[in-house]
Design a protein. Structure first.
Length: 364
């Protein structure tokens, strides 16, 4: 984002969200409950994060400085690490325990050095002109768990610790469904489908998942690539009254449903039926096609035109709102063929073949 602004000096103003971490009741992330942690400065206004100094490097050309990043990640297990220095100057010199590592040219307001750590303390000093900053990294034998968030939200989990401190492990038997599988893979099983719809319902009631404001859970089931784990994590502690072992209980039910019931859902399209005629899709190696996910296409030419076309042809009015704001995140998880299925009410196969031919011309 900062590079984009700098490359466009004609932009009249720019802003950052947010200067300080702030209270947010529904949040439970980064090991901190009730806090939105995306501020450039901590909630107590005492610690300026690395992101603060990156913004300062881009936006403040009057107060010259150098800042060694990741100071709080002090204990390091790796033998070789990269030391990054944010600055609004042109070059930076780095020393390690008094010995010069080197001088490098600054690129995008950052100087990067690759260094080999010695056992114990490693004192690094970055200088540029009269500006100076210091950091100490300690070489340790094994990783310190204090740097690891114990319950980080993600799309999948294999284990966690309950309120008593006991480790709980999820069963993930091969060939069967589980809570880490995308819910679009549930559609062939009525029971799995009901579990997914229930999870989406919980998330919708929490008010935290923007996409669910415009759609009913059943509408999203066939296209949503998120897992039950991720959906419940997004809903967070806004879902009241659920037992602590909800995820474990749902997983036990899903473990009894063979994944073979939904294998066809995962398969890529190779043929389509266009008005009674079977058409084989071209899927040249090294090029995109309608089985490609939008997230892999966002930097390719013509993709914006394809998305704009989908909006125009969106007779169901399902795609248009999903392309606005943060909801575009969900669209990027879908295959192009999925978008066509959702957007086009009549004969989507015709457009699918045409779009596939266009994508076949774009190298990966």
């Amino acid at each position: 984002m900062l590079k984009m602004f700098e490359a466009r000096p004609w932009i009249w103003a720019s802003h950052v969200w947010n200067m300080f971490d702030f209270a947010a009741d529904a949040r439970d992330e980064g090991g901190v409950k009730g806090m939105n942690n995306k501020g450039l400065v901590t909630y107590d206004r005492k610690t300026k994060k690395d992101s603060f100094y990156l913004y300062k490097a881009y936006w403040n050309q009057d107060e010259k400085f150098v800042w060694i990043a990741s100071k709080r990640f002090k204990e390091r297990e790796l033998d070789v690490i990269k030391v990054g220095v944010y600055t609004n100057l042109d070059e930076v010199t780095l020393t390690q325990n008094g010995e010069v590592v080197g001088t490098v040219e600054v690129k995008d307001h950052k100087a990067t050095f690759e260094v080999k750590l010695v056992d114990g303390e490693n004192t690094f000093v970055a200088t540029s002109g009269e500006c100076k900053d210091e950091a100490v990294f300690v070489k340790v034998e094994s990783n310190n768990n204090k740097y690891v968030c114990p319950n980080a939200a993600s799309d999948s989990v294999t284990n966690w610790f309950d309120d008593t401190g006991k480790e709980v492990k999820l069963n993930l038997p091969e060939g069967y469904l589980n809570v880490n599988v995308p819910i679009c893979d549930y559609v062939e099983s009525p029971l799995a489908k009901q579990i997914a719809v229930t999870a989406l319902g919980f998330a919708k009631s929490s008010g935290k998942v923007a996409l669910l404001a415009d759609y009913e859970p059943l509408e999203l089931l066939e296209i949503m690539s998120m897992s039950v784990t991720r959906i419940l994590n997004l809903a967070g502690n806004m879902v009241k009254g659920l037992p602590d072992n909800t995820l474990e209980l749902l997983n036990e039910i899903l473990n009894k449903i063979p994944a073979k019931q939904v294998e066809e859902v995962k398969d890529n399209l190779v043929k389509v039926n266009v008005k009674g005629k079977v058409v084989e899709l071209n899927l040249p190696e090294g090029y995109y096609n309608v089985n490609s996910k939008i997230k892999h296409l966002v930097k390719a030419p013509f993709v914006k035109s394809i998305l704009d076309t989908l909006v125009v042809l969106d007779t169901k009015k399902k795609i248009s709102p999903m392309l606005k704001g943060v909801k575009f995140f969900f669209i990027k998880q879908f295959k192009v063929s999925t978008l066509l299925k959702v957007a086009i009410k009549k004969d989507p196969e015709i457009l699918l073949v045409q779009v596939n031919d266009i994508l076949n011309k774009i190298k990966k």
